[in-house]
Design a protein around this ligand. Structure first.
Ligand code: 5GP
Ligand code: MG
Length: 471
């Protein structure tokens, strides 16, 4: 989801988010959505919302903050109906406004349409110009623009309109949408962001960003939503309304590196195993003598286990994470981010002292986290610190739904590996090769998006939406 101020200026570009949808007569759809969103909390921590339908009107509860702080028992119980959609929101600087918290509900008289979006529409600014003059935007989000584009596309039904809007909507969108009598599920033709389908024993259908949410609510995984597919669930059951042809698939590699939970399965690959294989391959690509392999928890843990297994160097814990602190990356201001790193990890000094340590993290973005950690470990008397990163250097921003910063803030966009090594104060630094990461994913490179590592975007990204053009 992208944010715009008024209709002119981009405020923050990229969000990764968690989405959840359910259709099930007789089910407590709001409570199930709450638990679904709870397990998608890692995809967005700045806001959450649930919209339900009882067949007459849509009703929503939305708020800023974590899922359990937005919803209490009374709020969940106020949401009665047979279908629901929900969203966990992740935004960047200044984009944290209540009006942007999803689901976005559009009122077209008796016809209401609610949307929850994971992704980013890159031509949102141009699309605004194509909307009827009567449209008044109430948020600063591309998801609202998307809703109006769909509404104004040809078609008798919502599903026809959605199918006919695909050629206009450029970018990434994994979606759940709700009208007063149906749940709609659709995904862009590239398939940037994950989207899966599940079924509850009672017969309710579920769609969500990651399989971990299906596990939480006790649903069975059915299949992934195919890129370009538009699905309806209503009183007639589950129907594929149509599928827009996919010219090129472009699944996000960074989902495996960092975004998804390790217990989720994406494209038939368990994320934990992909990370573990990344660690194994990195130990072959960049071996080094050491006493122990440790992780930057939690995102580096699976990979560190793999590195340890393949290298034969014992795995241990040296950083104790305060799990009540949110993801440091989310704090937009540099100062706060720096403090965030300090309060997030506390080292086990006695264990670190005198050791040669291989520290494994999943990625280096700005370089803030790892620099602090190397400093902390050195101050505990570590003999050597070898940093191993189980993804290639992040050199280019993502325009398809991840909050990577501007190119100039990406440390690897302007520093070579040796320079970064010096900058972070490590005795050695190595990144996994792109080939290694693709190998670890067990997917073909032609169906993956690796633009953040190689700048090869699957569609042109220059034009009127770049952040630097507007700020
Ligand atoms: P850096 O401190 O280099 O800017 O960020 C790298 C660290 O942040 C790594 O530990 C990685 O696990 C984590 N990270 C990578 N991408 C993201 C992201 O999109 N959001 C958040 N919150 N953390 C990230
Ligand atoms: Mg991390």
């Amino acid at each position: 989801m992208l944010n715009i101020i008024g209709s002119k200026r981009l405020e923050a570009l990229k969000d990764k988010c968690g989405i959840f949808g359910i259709y099930g007569k007789g089910e407590d759809v709001a409570r199930i959505s709450f638990f679904g969103l709870y397990s998608l909390q890692h995809r967005g921590q700045e806001g959450a919302g649930i919209t339900v339908t009882d067949g007459r009107r849509l009703k929503s509860v939305k708020g800023l903050g974590l899922v359990p702080s937005v919803f209490d028992k009374a709020k969940i119980e106020s949401l009665t109906g047979f279908a629901a959609i929900g969203h966990t929101r992740y935004s960047t600087t200044g984009g944290n406004k209540l009006c942007n918290v999803q689901p976005i509900v559009l009122d077209f008289g008796p016809d209401q349409f609610a949307l929850a979006h994971n992704g980013n529409i890159i031509n949102a600014m141009e699309l605004i110009k194509t909307l009827p003059k009567t449209v008044k935007l109430e948020s600063t989000s591309d998801t609202e623009i998307m809703g109006h584009v769909i509404k104004n596309s040809p078609g008798r039904t919502w599903e026809e309109k959605i199918l006919n809007s695909f050629e206009k909507l450029q970018g990434a969108f994994s979606m759940v949408a709700l009208t007063k009598n149906k749940l709609l599920v659709f995904r862009d033709t590239f398939g940037f962001r994950p989207l899966v389908l599940g079924k509850l024993n009672g017969g309710a259908y579920v769609a969500c960003s990651e399989t971990c949410a299906l596990d939480t609510i006790g649903a069975r995984y059915v299949r992934d939503v195919a890129p370009g597919e538009v699905i309806i669930v209503d009183e007639k059951g589950f129907t594929v309304a149509g599928r827009v042809k996919s010219k090129r698939k472009s699944f996000c590699l960074f989902e495996y590196v960092y975004l998804a939970r390790p217990d989720s399965i994406i494209n038939k690959q368990l994320v934990h195993q992909v990370r573990q294989r990344s660690g194994e391959l990195l130990s072959y690509e960049a071996p080094v003598a050491a006493d122990m392999v440790v992780a930057v928890p939690d995102s580096g843990t699976s990979a560190a286990i793999g590195y340890s297994k393949a290298s034969g160097i014992p795995y241990g814990e040296v950083l104790i994470k305060n799990r009540y602190i949110g993801r440091t990356f989310i704090q937009p201001e540099h100062k706060i981010r720096e403090m965030g790193v300090k309060i997030k990890f506390n080292p086990l000094r006695q264990i670190v002292k005198g050791k040669r340590i291989i520290i494994v993290d999943d990625s280096i973005v700005r370089g803030t986290t790892i620099k602090k950690i190397v400093k902390v470990l050195k101050s505990c008397g570590a003999k050597k610190i070898h940093v191993r990163v189980t993804s290639p250097p992040v050199t280019d921003p993502c325009y398809f739904g991840i909050d990577t910063p501007d190119k100039n803030q990406l440390i690897a966009s302007h520093m070579k590996v040796k320079q970064i090594e010096k900058h972070i104060g490590a005795d050695s630094l190595a990144f996994l090769s792109l080939d290694g990461l693709i190998k670890a994913s067990r997917l073909k490179s032609g169906i993956l998006c690796s633009a953040c590592f190689d700048g090869r975007y699957p569609m042109p990204v220059t034009g009127g939406f770049r952040k630097d053009v507007f700020e």
